[in-house]
Design a protein around this ligand. Structure first.
Ligand code: XMP
Length: 517
């Protein structure tokens, strides 16, 4: 396995993604881990990440000494290259100009890392890589034993290697997709240089986890809050495979679900998979407490608190439950760790059922803690969950509660649900569902005038929203075909009585957010 030490770059997770895509198991840990930790981890190789620190901020973070003493290959990326240079006797200086974005890096001589990889060759026979750079500081003197691997005019030492010791470093970011051959570079490092085994596959993960869960849980009972989303669904399927009826899933209908969502969950989990599923209809309770509340954050808090309350009431009915299972996935783990050490600059607050464990006095069972989203999906397919569920767009915890602007009313939720189902159905029909990352309808509590047949209408307005994004931190509005938009609009206005106008949201994130609240 490969150890990735995080110096706080916003793209550290991507390094782990790329390594896992090569079917090599890896973990991300803070650069502040101890030497003993690194020795105990026993990595086949180590990758040092970049950092968000700019040229003008003094970073005191260095890699633990064990990194360079263990005798395993090390790859330094961006800041990771700089700290490697400095720690091994080279020199780093603040660059007068920041290099940011696309760059063409010239390769010098052969190194095991880059010898088979290049994007183009110029007239003089020199090989180049098309990469993505983001740095202010740069290495100005290589440590002893290193040779030049690549350069750009403004960054004469853009890559260096001491092949005897297996130390490699690049100033650019191979983990981002803008670096065209980045994946190959990381593959070469982990597979050819570190000789890590590509044995990380979901089939064997499922088998091993089932065994582990059995041992961990023994004869105890387990309770899980099922939302119908990918993570909790896959966690439920995996745990059910391990312990069968010792698992009880609780599904809370908060009145803010999508059309037929509750029925689908009942069908998949109770009917098809034979799981113990408790469905609580708490919709009236949610509607009642949301009455008159218009502030988005206040709505979120109420919905979150009520969920905890309802779940706790159900848990109390299962006195033998000793474990609380959750669909926490690896990005959640890395994010909370980063939030604790405050290394990463922007931290998305994540919205898992917070607060549950302490108040319930249950032990936590989180079998997906090591997995990235697409691995969770792969595992879901492996476990026989329907592809439609596994590849579903994300749906926020507060559900339609944040898609009905202002006060939430049952009438609005009913209209929104129907409109949303039409939009999603047409996206699927037109083969656009999988081409967008998230799509939904937003209900605007605004009435507009229309004409239908011979009569005047005065009805509600909705907006369609469809975005494309890889990380949900930034997003582009999807350029859906006009014909598709027209068809959706026609169907919504004709089929959903009470809506007479449909808009399309053409705002990117930033400055807008994906949800309207
Ligand atoms: P925004 O609107 O912040 O959304 O651009 C980014 C992603 O997060 C989802 N989202 C939420 N998920 N609880 C959740 O579980 C929330 O309160 C929440 N707010 C936004 C949103 O659907 C998108 O995928």
């Amino acid at each position: 396995r490969i150890l990735i030490l995080d110096f706080g770059s916003q793209v550290t997770q991507l390094i782990a993604r790329r390594v896992r895509e090569a079917h090599v198991y890896c973990e991300v840990h803070s650069c502040e881990v101890t030497n003993d930790f690194i020795r105990d981890f026993n990595p086949k190789g180590i990758i040092l990440s970049g950092s968000h620190m700019s040229a003008y901020e003094e970073s005191t973070d260095v890699a633990p000494a064990a990194v360079f003493e263990l005798g395993v290959p090390v790859l330094g990326i961006c800041y990771g290259m700089q700290t490697m240079a400095e720690q091994l006797g080279g020199k780093v200086e603040s660059g007068a100009q920041r290099e940011f974005g696309y760059a063409e890096v010239r390769e010098h001589g052969h190194t095991k890392l880059l010898e088979k990889i290049s994007d183009f060759t110029n007239e003089d026979g020199q090989s180049f890589l098309k990469v993505w750079m983001s740095h202010g500081d740069k290495v100005t003197k290589m440590p002893e034993g290193f040779k030049l691997m690549c350069s750009t005019p403004s960054c004469p030492i853009a890559g260096m290697a001491d092949e005897k010791r297996g130390f490699y470093a690049v100033q650019f970011h191979p983990e981002v997709t803008h670096t065209v051959k980045g994946k190959e570079i990381l593959n070469t490092f982990v597979l050819d240089i570190c000789k890590a085994k590509p044995d990380w596959i979901m089939g064997s993960f499922a088998e091993e986890s089932v065994q582990k869960i059995k041992e961990q849980v023994g004869k105890d009972e387990v309770i899980l809050g099922l939302s119908g989303g990918v993570d909790s669904s896959v966690a439920a399927a995996l745990i059910h495979k391990a312990i069968g009826d010792q698992l009880t899933c609780v599904f809370v209908d908060n009145g803010l679900l999508r059309l037929h969502e509750r029925k689908q969950v009942e069908e998949t989990f109770r009917k098809n998979m034979g799981m113990k599923l408790v469905v609580v209809d708490a919709s009236e309770r949610f509607m009642h407490e949301l009455k008159g509340v218009t502030d988005p954050e206040a709505k979120r808090k109420i919905i979150g608190r009520l969920f905890v309350e309802v779940f706790q009431e159900e848990a109390a009915k299962l006195p033998n439950a000793k474990w609380l299972a959750q669909g926490t996935i690896y990005p959640d783990v890395i994010e909370s760790a980063a939030a604790n050490t405050k290394k990463a600059k922007t931290i998305k607050s994540h919205h898992n059922v917070g607060g549950l464990p302490e108040t319930l006095h249950l032990k936590l069972l989180e079998p997906l803690r090591e997995l990235f989203k697409d691995e969770v999906r792969e595992l879901g397919c492996e476990l026989g969950l329907p592809a439609e569920m596994v590849y579903r767009h994300p749906f926020p915890g507060p559900g339609l509660g944040v898609r009905i602007l202002g006060e939430v009313k049952k009438e609005y939720a009913n209209l929104l649900r129907q409109a949303d189902a039409i939009f999603i159905e047409e996206l699927r029909n037109a083969d656009w569902y999988d081409k967008v990352s998230q799509a939904f309808v937003v209900f605007l509590p605004v009435k507009s005038v229309g004409v239908m047949g011979d009569g005047r209408t005065y009805d509600w307005v909705v907006s369609l929203r469809a975005v494309q994004t890889s990380d949900f931190m930034t997003a582009k509005w999807a350029h859906l075909p006009y014909e598709l938009l027209g068809k959706v609009s026609n169907r919504i206005i004709n089929e959903v009585k009470g809506i007479n106008r449909v808009c399309y949201d053409v705002s990117g994130k930033p400055p807008a957010t994906i949800e309207w609240e």
